[in-house]
Design a protein around this ligand. Structure first.
Ligand SMILES: [Zn+2]
Length: 185
């Protein structure tokens, strides 16, 4: 996925999290924190690539990380995803001056980057350091800006049509599945 694709996808994702009311900090957040946070988070995972947008700015970090883990290594792994989810659920200490909505938007942007890379045939090594790549290759192998923009637009439009309070429809879905299973036993 191109840097532009990641940036668009991160904005669409933070709108989705806002609309689905997954986190009070984001659903009541300030767009002036949410958008920059998501954009920053979207660039972070490619810090392991000296030629990426962020990697070029901070070569003193990107070069050692790429030598140590390779591109799409640890920063694109399940470990990184789980760390992101735990951090998302962790309240920042009040003494830190980072706004909670900005902080959570960075994590949403980060996770959206990994989801975006999963849509390409290159995939991501979820089980890093095992090298197997996992993908749902909707976007194919070549950087296809039109397809990337379409995916971001679909996420954006979907976020206004999906019902808010995702935990309610998640519970319905779970009940439905459990009912199906118990009917078969
Ligand atoms: Zn990446």
């Amino acid at each position: 996925m191109t840097a532009e694709g990641h940036l668009l996808f991160s904005v669409a994702s933070v709108v989705m999290v806002h609309q689905l009311q997954i986190s009070p900090d984001i659903s009541q957040g300030d767009w002036l924190h949410l958008i920059p946070g998501a954009l920053a988070g979207a660039l972070l995972p490619d810090i392991d690539h000296p030629k990426s947008m962020l990697g070029q700015w901070v070569r003193f970090i990107s070069v050692p990380i790429s030598r140590l883990c390779g591109h799409r290594g640890f920063t694109h792994s399940l470990l990184a995803i789980l760390t992101g989810i735990i951090l998302f659920r962790t309240q920042l200490p009040v003494s830190w001056s980072v706004p909670a909505d900005f902080y959570q938007a960075v994590i949403v942007g980060y996770l959206s980057h990994l989801a975006g890379d999963m849509l390409t045939t290159a995939g991501i090594p979820l089980l890093w350091p095992v090298r197997w790549r996992f993908c749902i290759p909707l976007l194919g192998s070549k950087a296809n800006k039109r397809a990337e923009r379409s995916v971001a637009l679909i996420v954006l439009v979907a976020s206004f049509y999906l019902p808010a309070h995702w935990e309610v429809w998640w519970d319905h879905l779970r009940e439905l599945v459990l009912a199906q299973i118990s009917a078969r036993l």
